[in-house]
Design a protein around this ligand. Structure first.
Ligand code: WT7
Length: 644
């Protein structure tokens, strides 16, 4: 290997690993490449419980794929019942830590009863297989129970992150035609109550499809209840049987839809189905997290994001893991909360994001150093490229140079990891997701779809379907085809740029489209722009990402105003609040700049590239030959100089 910073696995780690040594990884990869049907077919039979066997492994009619065709199974059964049936009912499934300091411990047997009672309650409300439910909840056990109860009955769920506004919630309920909303009074974050039910009430004013709302009491703040529509969680499960048969569902039954930002103003409903999704989630937990029976696993993601689906609810639970879930913020009551949790529950596998790591670095090493972190044996990172400084700190200060760091590249659309190291096999290089998961044919290509040479930058594409692949965009198969399958015809376009080094390692460089990555959360520039122009004072808006020390990128808005007198400071605050209301607090812009005009091409297109350059380098050196009015950009740059 040619590069200086290489971390091969330690002999001790290799000895105990689920996949030991490079040869073992290569053998898996080769088999999956040569005989994908045999490879995935055998794993599916071995790792999942099928109620009816599948007749063939996959059917590929680009861009649509089906996995484990004809097979019937139930994701909830696989994540819960099976472990109880195998005698592991007393094993702890969830170790819940509430932000105020309350805690709960739920075994697999208890979980089975909770899920069954709640599922029976949903049946009594008249919710049926094939219906859709929105889950809008804090990070509490009931959020996982709600997902599993839906999966048990074949109700397609769509979790909406609790940080989204009523407007965003409404758009998702409407697009999905949901019949049920499962929510809570609120949750705890930074010592304060984050209310959820009021946003549901606001959204439901325009959502005739919803017949029932279930409200879990978390904060116990009284909330208005609409008679006949709203029911408390406790009342829904009261008197219900602890037995509720898991419905045998087609392998391609829609398990969930998760909305994510695309390049337009309208979020995309990414559809995942059952068999293939569950298998790849489970396999990547086994391969990449090297999960063992006695591990205490903790993924810090909220269930509102895909990481919380694949690596809180479905992947780890399919393998019967014991895991921690934490409701609140890493800084409450102090910035050592996470380290206290690792110590308290003896966490052995910790999966988090570079943004969180960077925020914690700033607080100083004395915080982690004051806690016993010796239970940790593996660390993971996801959401954005991890910068070398963050990697080193995570490795040294948290992992004490003992724990491999698995940098996992994947997307809402990929459902599970596609590029990530098997830690007992693949030597690590900080900042690289290393090599693909078996069965994943990833390539870096140029505009014509031709592979580029080693260390050349290009587009990251995937040339064969994988089990946990997005099946379509809910209600919009045409957009699915255009977005992902037309850039290089017949191949999946990730939207990321990457290069592959001389050892075949992948280095993901970031998005090539108008999608921002703020704190590992995807945000479309168009979505923010269309929200801005809905404000009565705004004539035009252009949104670009600005490099940010903690969040990776930050939202930066350039705005031209309609005629009138404005106080820029007041308006700037108002617009930031406006975005929080229209999209959600996490999308709140870092910076708003007012301008008399925006730089445009002669054909009238806003040149975001120049604005990006401006916020990145404070000056514009790039090609401005198509710019209509050069003075616009010089004025914007001068404004920057005035401010700094
Ligand atoms: C985008 C997907 C995957 C779950 C969380 C985000 C970026 C994700 C990495 C990584 C470099 C990464 C990519 C990708 N990304 N993980 N390990 N290294 N970049 O899911 O919201 O669907 O975003 O996040 O740009 O396309 P998402």
């Amino acid at each position: 290997m040619s590069q200086a910073n290489i971390y091969p696995p330690s002999a001790d780690f290799v000895k105990q690993a689920n996949v030991s040594g490079m040869e073992a990884y290569r053998a898996l990869y080769q088999k999956a490449a040569d005989k994908p049907e045999e490879f995935w077919g055998e794993l599916a039979k071995e790792k999942l419980h099928w109620m009816e066997p599948f007749s063939h492994v996959f059917e590929w009619e680009p861009p649509f794929v089906k996995w484990f065709v004809g097979g019937k199974l139930n994701a909830c059964y696989n994540c819960v019942d099976r472990h109880v049936g195998e005698g592991n009912g007393d094993k702890v499934a969830l170790l819940f830590e509430g932000e105020p300091g309350d805690s709960r411990r739920i075994t697999y047997s208890e979980l089975l009863k909770d899920v069954s009672r709640f599922a029976n309650g949903l049946l009594r409300l008249g919710i049926e297989t094939g219906d859709r439910a929105i889950i809008y909840m804090p990070m509490i056990p009931e959020a996982v129970i709600a997902m599993l109860a839906c999966a048990r009955l074949g109700i397609t769920h769509s979790v909406v992150f609790g940080g989204f506004s009523a407007e965003a919630l409404k758009a998702r309920i409407q697009d999905l035609g949901a019949k049920l909303v499962i929510t809570a009074d609120g949750g705890w974050r930074k010592g304060k109550e984050v209310k959820l039910k009021p946003a549901v009430d606001e959204a439901l004013a325009d959502c005739p499809s919803v017949t029932s709302v279930v409200v879990c009491e978390r904060t116990k703040t009284p909330v208005p209840m609409v008679h006949g529509r709203d029911h408390y969680w406790q009342a829904v499960e009261a008197g219900q049987s602890e037995h509720c048969p898991a419905v045998p569902l087609d392998s391609e039954h829609p398990l969930f839809v998760l909305y994510t930002s695309g390049t337009t103003g309208k979020p995309k409903g990414i559809l995942h189905t059952t068999g293939g999704y569950l298998l790849q989630c489970a396999m990547t937990v086994e391969w990449v997290f090297d999960l063992k029976k006695n591990d205490v696993y903790w993924c810090t993601a909220d269930i509102g994001w895909v990481t919380g689906h694949s690596y809180v609810t479905y992947g780890p639970m399919a393998l019967g893991a014991t895991q921690v879930i934490y409701e609140g913020s890493p800084d409450t009551p102090g910035f050592d909360r996470w380290w206290a949790i690792v110590e308290k529950y003896k966490v052995s596998i910790l999966y988090t994001s570079p943004t969180a790591i960077r925020a914690l670095i700033r607080q100083g090493d004395h915080l982690p150093n004051a806690h016993n972190l010796s239970s940790l044996r593996l660390l993971g990172s996801v959401g954005e490229p991890i910068n070398p400084a963050a990697w080193e700190w995570f490795y040294k200060v948290i992992g004490k140079e003992r724990c491999p760091i698995v940098d996992t590249w994947w997307q809402t659309e990929t459902g599970a990891m596609l590029i990530a190291p098997m830690p007992g096999a693949v030597p690590l290089k900080p900042g690289s997701g290393t090599l693909p998961i078996p069965g994943v044919m990833a390539e870096v290509v140029n505009l014509d779809g031709k592979p580029v040479g080693p260390n050349e930058e290009g587009y990251l594409i995937v040339s064969r379907p994988w089990p946990s692949m997005v099946r379509t965009i809910w209600g919009d198969p045409k957009r699915f085809e255009d977005q992902y399958w037309s850039r290089v015809p017949g191949k999946y376009f990730t939207g990321d740029a990457a290069r592959r080094d001389e050892d075949g390692y992948f280095w993901v460089l970031g998005r090539v489209d108008d999608v921002l990555n703020v704190s590992g959360h995807r945000l479309s520039t168009m979505e923010v722009e269309s929200a801005l122009v809905r404000h009565p004072a705004v004539a035009e808006a252009a949104v670009v990402g600005k490099p940010h020390e903690i969040t990776g990128q930050a939202v930066c808005c350039f705005i031209t105003l309609k005629k009138g007198e404005y106080d820029h400071d007041v308006l700037s605050k108002e617009l930031r609040q406006w975005i929080a209301h229209e999209i959600g607090a996490f999308a709140r812009p870092e910076e708003i700049r007012f301008s008399e005009a925006l730089p445009k091409t002669r054909s009238g297109k806003i040149m975001r590239r120049l604005l990006r350059e401006l916020v990145t380098n404070n000056t514009v050196a790039g090609d401005v030959t198509t710019l209509e009015d050069l003075s616009v950009i010089t004025k914007l740059a001068a404004q920057q100089d005035d401010e700094s």
